[in-house]
Design a protein around this ligand. Structure first.
Ligand SMILES: Cc1cc2nc3c(=O)[nH]c(=O)nc-3n(C[C@H](O)[C@H](O)[C@H](O)COP(=O)(O)O)c2cc1C
Length: 350
């Protein structure tokens, strides 16, 4: 449970903000990074078809700030030459690490051979990894699921092959493609991969509490942990885990800080995009953020019906004024949010 290195890049603390299409953009990543405890930030997955055809949206998705370093760009696609071209572009913009998406279950992505589609075409994946290795000097990493279906689980085989191709970090989400986000992540398979390769391995899936993270570190001996949805419910989760890893009491944000983080997010959004998409993103985060808080459900209703920044800010003010100091974050369970999970992934892949 100490910092680890990907080539010569130190991941300290060994906690990674997991990429989430439609969520972990330039704004959200900085918001979370500023709360502390994030050892590595990753872009949303970016289409290599878009990047190599000069799509402005794809290029914008590669933006990052110096404060985010170390920073990885994640790309997805199914054609080796385009993947290699996109990897070069990521290195050119100054990314510290190039990550390959080998886990996205969205039909549009899989149909074109990318994302989790690569898990059922290992020769294609091998060709992609080799081509990319020839094109870049920054470290190459892989984020994958355990397999395509329950009966074709092959993460150990994929990890070994990737290591042979020069991949320098494996990040395993303990679910199959078929599972989507249902059920629980299988951390035994994360341990199996950790035991099978000598490059660093990070585990991922369902981490929303300090205890859960510590238990998984111990059980699997993994080098790092990725947290995705848990960061939307509790932006301080990385800092809290880091505190405990380093022998301190976990940081407890005050109610004022919880309110301030929403306002900071809104300010960052408005600096970066027009009002309408900013309102949508604000509703998305505030919705997740207040899950488990007293009166959260009613607040979310009010929020979804707010139509201007002023209205949103006013409603946030009213809500927090009614919360009393005893309130805490939720009990750590991730509430299923199908819209968030599937629509954003599909939309991003479109
Ligand atoms: C809305 C959403 C979008 C996602 N987009 C990506 C993505 O672009 N790239 C990726 O590798 N994984 C993506 N994922 C998967 C997460 O990175 C992570 O593997 C998964 O949510 C499990 O971790 P968690 O339980 O900590 O959220 C996405 C997940 C969600 C919920």
């Amino acid at each position: 449970m100490k910092p680890f290195k990907i080539q010569n890049i130190e991941i300290s603390p060994p906690l990674i903000l997991s990429p989430m299409a439609g969520v972990t953009d330039f704004t959200f990543r900085r918001l979370i990074k500023r709360r502390g405890g994030v050892g590595l930030s990753v872009s949303e997955f970016i289409s290599v078809e878009g990047l190599t055809r000069d799509n402005p949206k794809s290029k914008r998705q590669m933006r990052f700030d110096e404060e985010e370093r170390p920073f990885a760009v994640q790309i997805f696609g199914g054609q080796a030459p385009r993947m290699a071209m996109a990897a070069e572009m990521a290195e050119e913009v100054g990314a510290d690490i190039l990550d390959i998406n080998c886990g996205c279950p969205a039909p549009k992505v899989v149909k074109n051979g990318g994302g989790s589609g690569l898990l059922r075409d290992l020769p294609r994946l091998e060709e992609i990894l080799k081509e990319i290795k020839k094109s870049i000097s920054i470290p190459l990493t892989l984020k994958l699921r355990t397999g395509f279906t329950e009966s074709t689980i092959n993460c150990v085989e994929v990890a070994k092959m990737a290591e042979q191709c020069g991949v320098e970090h494996i990040q395993l989400h303990g679910r199959t493609k078929e599972q989507g986000y249902k059920g629980l992540a299988n951390w035994d398979l994360i341990k199996a991969v950790k035991d099978a390769v000598s490059i660093p391995v990070s585990g991922n899936g369902d981490v929303t509490t300090i205890d859960f993270a510590l238990k998984r570190f111990k059980e699997t001996n993994c080098d790092g942990i990725l947290i995705g949805r848990g960061a939307m419910q509790n932006p301080w989760i990385f800092r809290q885990i880091q505190d405990v890893l380093e022998g301190r009491e976990p940081y407890q944000p005050t109610l004022e800080e919880k309110q301030a983080v929403l306002l900071e997010f809104f300010e960052l959004l408005l600096e970066d995009m027009p009002e309408l998409p900013a309102l949508g993103k604000m509703k998305q985060l505030a919705g997740q953020f207040t899950k488990g808080l007293v009166g959260g459900a009613q607040f979310r209703q009010t929020l979804y019906h707010s139509h201007s920044p002023q209205e949103i800010l006013e409603n946030i003010g009213i809500y927090f004024a009614t919360l009393n100091e005893a309130d805490t974050f939720g009990d750590g369970e991730i509430e299923a949010d199908k819209n968030l999970e599937f629509n954003s992934c599909d939309a991003a892949a479109a």
